[in-house]
Design a binder for this molecule. Sequence first.
Ligand SMILES: CC(C)(COP(=O)(O)OP(=O)(O)OC[C@H]1O[C@@H](n2cnc3c(N)ncnc32)[C@H](O)[C@@H]1OP(=O)(O)O)[C@@H](O)C(=O)NCCC(=O)NCCS
Length: 171
Amino acid sequence: METLRLRPWSDDDLPLLRAANTAEMTAHLNGPESEQQVLDRHRRYLGLDPAEARMFVVLDATSTAVGAIGYWTVSWREEPAFETGWFVVPEAQGRGIASRALALLIDDARAHPAGLRHLVAFPGVENAASNGVCRRAGFELVGSSSGEFRGSELHSHEWALDLHPVRTASA
Ligand SMILES: CC(C)(COP(=O)(O)OP(=O)(O)OC[C@H]1O[C@@H](n2cnc3c(N)ncnc32)[C@H](O)[C@@H]1OP(=O)(O)O)[C@@H](O)C(=O)NCCC(=O)NCCS
């Protein structure tokens, strides 16, 4: 199985965001963003405070950028938690890359000094691939909700992973 690596977002990674901003790639995200929104997103990723949020490029065995994955702090069920999100470019999909990138991200979130208990994800209910990624990584489906996302309504599943189950059980 090919080895993947995560590396922090860099100034050279704008083309990857553009590759993820097509109609196909955003079909379950209420459609593409404007060029300005993509530029703002790139700048936001570059300026993240690692104490609160981290965004990574997913590199394959040849160090080609095949996707992105990250996490950021949110309030979830009245507690701080990490939310995660991801994409894999079309030519690299269907090879387990998102699942393995998420496993690497879980290790990073688990080691984060904030020590937050839950990692959560909210894929659209019709996003079969993304819901598959959550299931495969051991997240639990704990609900669903509707809300505004990029200016339109989105009905999402609510997945949660306990990052520190042993610590919790013995606490
Ligand atoms: C979601 C996405 C990242 C999946 O990437 P990927 O590398 O192809 O996913 P994986 O190969 O790791 O597949 C993970 C699981 O989902 C399943 N899956 C993948 N594509 C699927 C599809 N189209 N329909 C149903 N299940 C699918 C796989 O079978 C696998 O489950 P399994 O291990 O039980 O067989 C990719 O489709 C994508 O970037 N989509 C556009 C952006 C997006 O929607 N991002 C998520 C926003 S929440």
